[in-house]
Design a protein around this ligand. Structure first.
Ligand code: PGA
Length: 247
């Protein structure tokens, strides 16, 4: 049985004043069995810990554990600040910073060495979606971005169609289900049925309180990676509640 996960990605938003939002999220987390995670900007990590059952994660890490890499943050630093998770290979990192699958795989190894659970993001662009290349793209990203030592504990995969992020556009639940079933099959084929079935699969891209229940009822969807609607408790709590209400 996979524990559901409601993960919020604050991206480059928020100062310490926003951390009060975590209190109501912690209240919602305490009411159910789903895990609740917020990934704030790195300067807020340490201050974001200690809000009940709200786990904290980073949004990226360097592949090295330390060294001369100005402006970067390493996985052991995230862990030291209280993070348990790290998002890797988000499409904004892949686009803004040219991150390749190989770079994501190296970061993932570093995250695992530091004891973090990596949330590896995959997803097709609009052009790839429109030319029906979605499964080829996702298959390639999975093969290239995930190292060999994956387990149900150290890996979460987030399927985030690039064209659905921050746009209000969402694939149909059939489309989401097809991609999640495909990801599950690929993980089972590569890592064996035990590991493949234990890795949690999140959907991300314009998840809101109003569409969460429908998405959570979809095959192989174990939760969501939420951007805009994770910034305020008033928007994120309905998503947490919908996840807890899903079977
Ligand atoms: P969104 O972002 O919920 O604002 O669409 C999702 C994400 O980028 O993780």
């Amino acid at each position: 049985m996979r524990t559901k996960l409601a993960a919020g990605n604050w991206k480059m938003n928020g100062t310490r004043a926003m951390l009060s939002e975590l209190d109501a999220m912690a209240d919602a987390a305490a009411k159910g069995t789903a895990e609740v995670l917020i990934c704030p900007p790195a300067p807020l990590l340490a201050a974001a810990t200690g809000h009940g059952q709200v786990a904290i994660g980073g949004q990226d890490c360097h592949s090295a554990q330390s060294g001369a890499h100005t402006g970067d943050v390493s996985a052991p630093m995230l862990a030291d600040a209280g993070a348990r998770f790290v998002i890797l290979g988000h499409s904004e990192r892949r686009t803004d910073h040219g991150e390749t699958d190989a770079a994501v795989r190296d970061k993932c190894k570093s995250a695992w060495e530091a004891g973090l659970t990596a949330i590896v993001c995959v997803g097709e662009t609009l052009a790839q979606y429109e030319s029906s290349n979605t499964l080829d793209i996702i298959g390639g990203q999975l093969a290239g971005s995930i190292p060999d030592a994956a387990t149900g504990h150290n890996l979460v995969v987030a399927y985030e169609p690039v064209w659905a992020i921050g746009t209000g556009k969402v694939p149909t639940t059939d489309e989401i289900g097809n991609v999640h079933d495909f990801i599950r099959a690929r993980l089972e084929r590569r890592f064996g049925a035990g590991v493949g079935r234990s890795v949690r699969l999140l959907y991300g891209g314009s998840v809101k309180g109003s569409n969460a229940a429908e998405i959570f009822a979809t095959s192989n969807v174990d939760g969501a990676l939420v951007g805009g609607a994770s910034l305020k408790a008033a928007d994120f709590v309905p998503i947490i509640d919908a996840l807890n209400a899903s079977s």
